[in-house]
Design a protein around this ligand. Structure first.
Ligand SMILES: Nc1ncnc2c1ncn2[C@@H]1O[C@H](COP(=O)(O)OP(=O)(O)OP(=O)(O)O)[C@@H](O)[C@H]1O
Ligand SMILES: [Mg+2]
Length: 345
């Protein structure tokens, strides 16, 4: 049975996992850096890189011990090679290269976004290509047609902020701390989603792209006006974000070639209101809806190991040990750049 060691270090989670070809997560460990970054209200790249360097080797030892395996048992070592914060990505990639060289095990350089994109198939053995994917995370908001391992067609992207970023900024404005998504979701449960009039950028526009910068500014103005309870602002923000997500994804789906399912992945995919809304949208198109379990939505190494399993099964070659980290690495290199306010040409 195929066995892959996965390593993730592209943002503020240091993670390692052992995953098999039959979808067993034999062991996994995540060291979150929340405590280090929360005083700054966001991720500080230098602090992140140092924390990854300190924590990664012990985490790898831990998952190998818990899984009762050695490096020699692994068919490959899969590490995130981008996109992400370059310092952190380099720590994970260099560690993976050293382990690969020392144990004579193939290295697989994984695109972090491919990890997110394939993560639903780790949890759901019935999910077949091609599927429609809404990838909503801290750095991305895209609709993709996932055609197979390494083949992605991007139909929509954000022209300014990612949705996770908008959740994090809203949390910061409301003084909820970092990371903000789960805190905004909790507070939103106590508020009225219709209480605060907020914009729905690009609603009904022909191109299926997303925009959240104007929504974020409107949240700031609503807060500064002093006219609204924080819970009402959180609930109204989440409702506006959901309305945009559903309208834009509906637009992308209506122009997409046939797919087997609608799938959500990435950290914002952990949001229950967004999951419920997408389930309804899938039903409109007569599609099943799949979402990975919550721990597989935010950054983790099981999805990186799983992407390695998928690459091995697809016959992809191992990567050379002199491979460079790629801070920018689009899933669909042929996609037109989306231009808009806030996007630098
Ligand atoms: N329950 C939730 N509701 C809304 N947002 C959430 C929730 N849980 C997590 N998030 C958001 O998800 C984001 C983190 O997701 P993830 O770890 O996938 O992103 P990332 O790795 O930082 O970015 P990328 O994958 O684009 O490089 C954060 O912005 C966080 O606020
Ligand atoms: Mg991520």
């Amino acid at each position: 049975m195929t066995l892959v060691l996965g390593i993730e270090s592209s943002c503020d989670e240091t993670a390692a996992a052992l995953v098999t070809g039959d979808r067993q997560i034999l062991a996994q460990a995540i060291a979150s850096q929340e405590a280090e970054h929360s005083p700054y209200g966001g991720v500080v790249p230098e602090i992140a890189a140092r924390a990854h360097a300190e924590r990664l080797a012990p985490l790898v030892e831990k998952v190998l011990a818990e899984g009762g395996k050695t490096l020699a048992d692994c068919d490959a070592i899969a590490a995130t090679a981008g996109p992400g914060l370059i310092g952190g990505v380099m720590v994970g990639l260099v560690t993976a290269k050293a382990l690969a060289m020392a144990s004579d095990t193939p290295l697989l350089a994984i695109n972090h976004l491919e990890g997110h994109a394939l993560s639903p198939r780790l949890a759901d053995p019935d999910l077949q290509f091609p599927y429609a994917l809404l990838l909503v995370s801290g750095g991305h908001c895209q609709v993709l047609r996932v055609e197979g391992v390494g083949t992605y067609q991007r139909l929509a992207t954000t022209i300014d902020d990612a949705l996770g970023e908008a959740f994090d900024k809203t949390a910061k404005i409301l003084g909820l701390g970092y990371p903000g998504g789960p805190a905004v979701e909790r507070l939103a449960r106590e508020g009225d989603p219709a209480a605060v009039p907020l914009p729905r950028p690009l609603l009904h526009s022909r191109e299926p792209h997303f925009s959240f910068a104007g929504l974020k500014s409107a949240v700031l103005r609503a807060h500064e006006s002093g006219d609204h309870a924080d819970a009402d602002i959180a609930a109204s923000f989440q409702q506006a974000a959901l309305d945009c997500i559903l309208d834009r994804t509906r637009r992308a789906l209506s122009t997409m070639e046939p797919v087997t399912a609608l799938v959500v992945a990435g950290g914002v995919g952990a949001n229950q209101a967004i999951r419920a809304g997408l389930e309804g949208l899938a039903a409109e198109f007569d599609l099943p809806f799949t979402a990975p379990p919550l721990p597989l939505c935010t950054d983790n190494a099981a999805m990186i190991a799983w992407a390695g399993v998928e690459r091995l099964a697809a016959g992809c070659a191992a990567d050379p040990l002199d491979l460079k980290a790629r801070p920018r690495w689009p899933l669909d290199p042929d996609a037109e750049p989306a231009r808009g306010a806030g996007v630098k040409a």
